[in-house]
Ligand binder design. Structure first.
Ligand code: 13P
Ligand code: SF4
Length: 323
């Protein structure tokens, strides 16, 4: 079944009455943040109320990782999915990292285990493992280096080898393979949200909307990326719109992100097949408030696993952002 199209025009998101109705909840969240010396770090896929009214910082997976390294706050409420909260805890083990709903998972993280990575290393002795951050701490601990969608190509090339094992996102891995001479050994994971986009629907909507530019996240299948004028992380896509200020754009990624950035880009109308991430959507203003009030759910990682995972994550942070 084709995915429903959603159009967001400037001014559509968070009308004044909605903001006013949310004020008591926001005031309580702000009070608790102060009391706990806490910040709310929100991924770009959060709903606009969280993104605009509750978050102290918003960003892609890489920005949230740097934040954990840099913030003075004692408590980080990670408004995102579990692997993002785990990454923050790996980087800042002395801080309390809270996730408002423990069920906020990720199909990529669920699709591979530490034992799977150990088997891959046995099958390809001596070949380093590059692992997308959308994985558990256990999987990161088995890897040489992590990457995000912002720096996957640079991370692969930073190793100075001619072959790497790339886990777990096959589409990101295939896209990296088109950008480098390094051979990529893939694992067959995928994102349940980006997997649903098709090149056919993107081409159909582009034609219907007079050749509108297409920007896409590299977790999308190759036929979608072949239709894209720009491929990049959620951060990269937002920057692309800010820089180019198109009249219309088709943003191929989780649907909430276009709503979030629409208020900062008043010259642009967003058109997209609308796929929502059920894991990201588990996080709400109400459970952020509860999380701060009850200090739940605290992310805990076996210190031996965290130490090995930290080496892989810190190696990536040195490579830095590429979009
Ligand atoms: P970014 O790192 O580009 O924000 O992507 C995270 C993610 O989960 C995409 O589905
Ligand atoms: Fe995971 Fe996809 Fe959801 Fe991102 S959008 S958290 S990759 S399931």
């Amino acid at each position: 079944m084709p995915t429903a199209l959603r159009i967001t025009r400037p001014g559509d998101v968070l009308p004044e009455e909605e903001v006013a109705a949310l004020q008591p909840t926001i005031a309580e969240i702000n009070r608790l943040k102060k009391e706990r010396n806490a910040i709310v770090a929100a991924h770009n896929y959060m709903t606009p109320d969280i993104y605009h009214l509750a978050a102290d910082i918003t960003g892609d997976s890489l920005a949230l990782a740097y934040l954990a390294q840099e913030t003075d706050a004692e408590v980080i409420v990670l408004a995102g999915v579990h692997f993002m909260a785990e990454t923050a805890k790996i980087i800042a083990p002395e801080k309390t990292v809270l996730i408002p709903d423990l069920q906020a998972g990720c199909s990529l993280a669920d699709g591979i285990t530490g034992a799977d990575v150990r088997r891959l290393k046995e099958q390809h002795p001596g070949v380093p493992v590059v692992t997308y951050v959308n994985t558990s701490a256990e999987v990161k601990a088995e890897s040489d280096i992590t990457c995000t969608s912002s720096n996957a190509v640079a991370v692969v090339e930073s190793l100075g080898v001619d072959r790497v094992i790339f886990t777990p996102d096959q589409f990101l891995g295939m896209w990296v393979a088109t950008q480098t001479d390094v051979d990529i050994i893939l694992w067959e994971g995928s994102c349940m949200v980006h997997d649903r986009f098709t090149g056919e629907e993107v081409a159909m909507h582009r034609e219907a909307y007079g050749g509108v530019p297409v920007i896409a996240h590299p977790e999308s299948p190759p036929d979608v990326l072949a239709e894209a004028d720009y491929v990049g992380s959620t951060h990269g896509m937002i920057q692309w719109v800010r820089t180019n200020q198109p009249e219309k754009v088709m943003m191929i990624t989780e649907c909430s992100m276009a709503d979030n950035v629409s208020s900062e880009t008043p010259n642009t109308e967003y058109i997209r097949p609308c796929n929502l991430c059920p894991h990201m959507k588990r996080i709400t203003l109400d459970n952020i408030r509860t999380s701060l009030a009850t200090m739940t759910h605290q992310v805990r990682i076996d210190p031996a696993v965290a130490d090995r995972a930290r080496a892989a994550v810190e190696r990536m942070l040195v490579v830095g952002r590429q979009d």
